[in-house]
Design a protein around this ligand. Structure first.
Ligand SMILES: C[S@@+](CC[C@H](N)C(=O)[O-])C[C@H]1O[C@@H](n2cnc3c(N)ncnc32)[C@H](O)[C@@H]1O
Length: 463
């Protein structure tokens, strides 16, 4: 019976004939798998020749583990045997491992072979080849080969390629990831948000939570057409993407709306805003993370099924809508969330932890809110959850459609800064008054015009 400790001690004895026996291709497959899987780190003088006959083994797992072990040796003498093997191997997992093993050799002799793998049919093999070739960045043959990936049909490969290309440019942004500009902290700008954006530098905000105008369902905004409305939101969220820090979140609250019928001869029209916006958002570089559903109590819904209730005729059914979408996106990056976490010190992470009860599913039951000063507010509970789950203490939270300032209040309650924009003077005045009169909000609150902001804000565009 083979044991792990036996393997460990035999490994360290260069004279041992043990592995010749236990790695012979005619050994029981289960024994072979056990040894190959338990070899761990190999001494540099380990005889890798023992693995090569196993590359012809009928069991794909044996072949895979043989390749893995050859890879550990990082020795270019196996380059030829591995490249021949990879060309004939049908299992894509094993092919990928072979490319990785060749990459680990860090040998210029492997460049040609790795370049061939960029034509593989499995995108993961191509990605492995790309990673291996990046070690030789700047080498003319490698640059030429990598250029062929610019138009690759697979999105992950194109993204990886773009990310690697722009990696160096990010270092400045990385340095100031947890910080934000003082001139944007606790500020409400009274302006059309499209005029505000040109003043704001790239990567300024940590989180955006917003609820845009609901097409022409309310009278505070009127668009000429639904397409014009979608184009407007697209332009706003593209700029939001630009001013968002790397890998940070954008949370969008919308719902399908009904534009009432103009007469009994017409029907009302329903517009599926979240669904129509989604492809536009992912196209502009927001990565889809979650679809949270905000569920309101039944009494909060406008009754649409009175007719059906009476007649029960098929096709006339209309559901009362008690939900809204809270779609969560992340600014697309090659970096993992762990990278974002590493930008903060331990104390901030500790203080920002969401302790106690928290929402475990994507169905959030929250009562709607009403506000005497604004016709379409979202509840502070909704903003509080989003802010706690998707930002750290001290972060800057942005709302391009500030309304009654709910995001500002929730951000303050959770020790974040806010940066809001609202185009209607009446709402801005209302927010400021409510803030000044509330004993809850003691931190400063600056209402600025675009001109004030330009003066305060020495952005290179304006120097
Ligand atoms: C759905 S409401 C947001 C309500 C907010 N979430 C709250 O809880 O109070 C949308 C707001 O966007 C504002 N708005 C519409 N178009 C705008 C624009 N181009 N720039 C800035 N604000 C705009 C409207 O005046 C309205 O107050």
């Amino acid at each position: 019976m083979l044991t792990k400790s036996q393997i460990d001690s035999e490994k360290l004895n260069p004279e041992s004939t043990f592995f010749k026996k236990v790695l012979a291709p005619n050994q029981e497959t289960s024994n072979l798998l056990f040894v190959l899987d338990n070899l761990g780190r190999l001494p540099t003088d380990f005889n890798g020749e023992m693995f090569t006959p196993l590359l012809c083994h009928p069991n794909p797992k044996v072949r895979l583990l043989a390749v893995k072990n050859i890879g550990k040796l990082k020795d270019e003498q196996y380059l030829e045997v591995l490249s021949t093997f990879a060309c004939n191997e049908s299992d894509t997992h094993t092919r990928r491992e072979t490319v990785s093993a060749i990459g680990r050799m860090r040998s210029e002799k492997a460049i040609q072979i790795l370049t061939e793998f960029l034509k593989d049919t499995d995108p993961k093999v191509v990605l492995q080849g790309l990673r291996a070739l990046l070690y030789f960045k700047g080498h003319p043959q490698v640059e030429e080969a990598l250029d062929t990936l610019r138009q690759h049909p697979n999105e992950m490969i194109r993204e990886h390629f773009e990310y690697e290309k722009t990696k160096k440019l990010k270092t400045v942004a990385e340095q100031c990831h947890p910080t934000s500009l003082d001139s944007l902290k606790n500020v409400l700008v009274c302006a059309d948000v499209q005029d505000l954006f040109p003043l704001i530098p790239d990567e300024s905000v940590h989180l955006t939570f917003t609820s845009p105008p609901y097409y022409n369902a309310r009278d505070y905004t009127i668009f000429q057409s639904y397409n014009a409305y979608l184009d407007f939101l697209t332009a706003v969220f593209k700029e939001t993407h630009r001013i968002t820090k790397e890998g940070r979140f954008f949370v969008l609250n919308t719902s399908p709306v009904i534009v009432p019928r103009i007469s009994r001869a017409h029907s009302s029209k329903r517009y599926a805003i979240p669904y129509d916006m989604h492809p536009r958002l992912t196209d502009m570089g927001w990565e889809f993370i979650d679809d949270i559903v905000w569920i309101k109590p039944e009494y909060a819904a406008k009754n649409r099924n009175g007719g059906f209730f009476q007649h029960r005729k098929p096709l006339c059914y209309k559901a009362n809508s008690i939900t809204e979408s809270v779609m969560v996106y992340r600014k697309k990056t090659g970096k993992l969330i762990d990278w974002n976490l590493r930008q903060y010190d331990d104390e901030t992470i500790e203080k920002s932890k969401v302790l106690g009860e928290y929402e475990k599913t994507n169905a959030w039951e929250i009562n709607p809110a009403t506000d005497k000063g604004h016709p379409a507010v979202f509840p502070i509970e909704l903003a509080s959850r989003v802010i706690q789950y998707y930002s750290f203490k001290g972060d800057l939270v942005f709302d391009p459609f500030g309304g009654s300032g709910t995001v500002g209040r929730a951000a303050t309650e959770h020790n974040r800064y806010f940066f809001l924009c609202e185009k209607e003077h009446k709402y801005v005045k209302y927010v400021k008054k409510a803030w000044d009169e509330s004993p809850l909000y003691t931190s400063e609150f600056n209402v600025l015009s675009l001109t004030d902001l330009k003066k305060n804000f020495l952005h290179p565009h304006y120097i």
